[in-house]
Design a protein around this ligand. Structure first.
Ligand code: FMN
Length: 335
């Protein structure tokens, strides 16, 4: 897939997930085959741009060769100015969020609410594309609801505004995360434009990725929730979509190495951001359960499951490391 001057190999992108895809998690996914990792949405609002959270989201990870910063907002000039700030901070691609269904976001007429106002959407896309020299992309849903599936129209507007790619989550805003993803609605977007389209929604493994690519004709896929506790999904999708065998689920050793690698990256990053150790450890809990749940369920003795409950309540880094070692040793013994 080509995004502006960049040739993106592998065609599998980590979706932006606010509160989840922080810099350490993006690194873990990039090292395991993600072609690109989109940052968590950052507000373009002038008043919010100096908050710690927005500054962190606008800042780029020096370890990421192609950082993508996603911006949320409804004011074309603010969006343009935020894009310039992000580029000054190192962003190599700017993504515009027209997909977020959250009430608080839509209450401010941002995210997917912009899909109801195509002229405003066009003006935002033009304003951002004119303001920066890096490629600009947009992420959207198929439309506001089933009566207004206007993603093909908006994608054409994106192309005319000079944008370099479009990601489509194959649900309407009204569906939020329920119902099924419509691959034919994504295909309609593919037919409407010549720029690359990235298919998103419910891709939980190599077979789902293949199905999405074949049914939609998209240039790449984007994976969100299925990457939680499962960053190996990227190398598996890459392999199968390029005709190689599926490397399959990771071994217990690989799982252990990854959890420790992620934990250490997470602690280093958040403590360098001024977070106390116990808060950094607590914030890693959201990753721990997805990483360990499946392995714990497979342990018929129930010991790993009981240990998991202890692990996700641990506050101290050293204690967490010890508990994790015990968890993996107990699984090794029962396997
Ligand atoms: C916790 C969470 C946070 C999300 N945050 C964002 C965001 O910041 N920007 C965005 O465009 N989409 C966001 N999304 C939507 C995802 O990027 C993706 O479109 C959606 O989860 C469907 O893909 P999936 O089925 O692979 O998860 C978020 C989704 C989740 C579950």
């Amino acid at each position: 897939m080509q995004i502006g001057p960049y040739n993106i190999e592998g065609g599998v992108v980590l979706a932006p997930m606010a509160g989840v895809t922080d810099a350490p998690f993006r690194r873990i996914c990039l090292r395991r085959g993600a072609s690109l990792a989109v940052g968590e949405m950052a507000s373009s609002k002038e008043g919010l741009r100096t908050t710690d959270m927005t500054m962190r989201r606008l800042a780029c990870d020096a370890q990421d060769q192609l950082p993508v910063v996603q911006l949320l907002g409804a004011d074309p000039l603010e969006m343009a100015s935020a894009a310039q700030t992000a580029v000054a901070c190192g962003a190599k691609i700017i993504d515009i969020n027209f997909g977020c269904p959250a009430r608080v976001v839509c209450g401010k007429a941002c995210g997917s609410a912009i899909m109801r106002e195509p002229q405003l959407a066009q003006s935002i896309m033009r304003s951002v594309a004119d303001a920066v020299s890096v490629p600009v992309t947009v992420k959207m849903r198929t439309g506001w609801d089933e009566h207004s599936k206007n993603a093909p129209l908006l994608a054409r507007m994106a192309q005319d505004a000079g944008l370099s790619a479009v990601t489509v989550h194959g649900r309407t805003r009204a569906q939020r995360f329920s119902g099924t993803v419509s691959l034919s609605d994504i295909a309609a977007v593919v037919h409407a434009v010549t720029i690359p389209v990235i298919a998103n929604g419910d891709i939980d493994g190599p077979q789902a990725a293949l199905r999405a690519l074949r049914a939609s004709g998209a240039a790449a896929v984007m994976v969100g929730r299925a990457a939680r506790g499962n960053p190996w999904i990227f190398q598996r999708i890459r392999a199968v979509c390029s005709g190689r065998p599926d490397p399959g689920e990771p071994s217990l050793d690989e799982r252990r190495l990854t959890v420790f690698e992620h934990l250490e990256e997470h602690l280093k990053y958040w403590m360098s951001e001024g977070c106390q150790e116990r808060y950094a450890v607590r914030s890693f809990r959201m990753h721990l359960r997805p990483y360990l749940k499946e392995a714990a369920c497979a342990d018929a003795s129930g010991a790993a499951g009981r240990l998991l409950d202890v692990i996700v309540r641990t506050d101290e880094a050293e204690c967490l490391r010890e508990n994790l070692e015990t968890f993996f040793s107990s699984l090794r013994e029962t396997n």
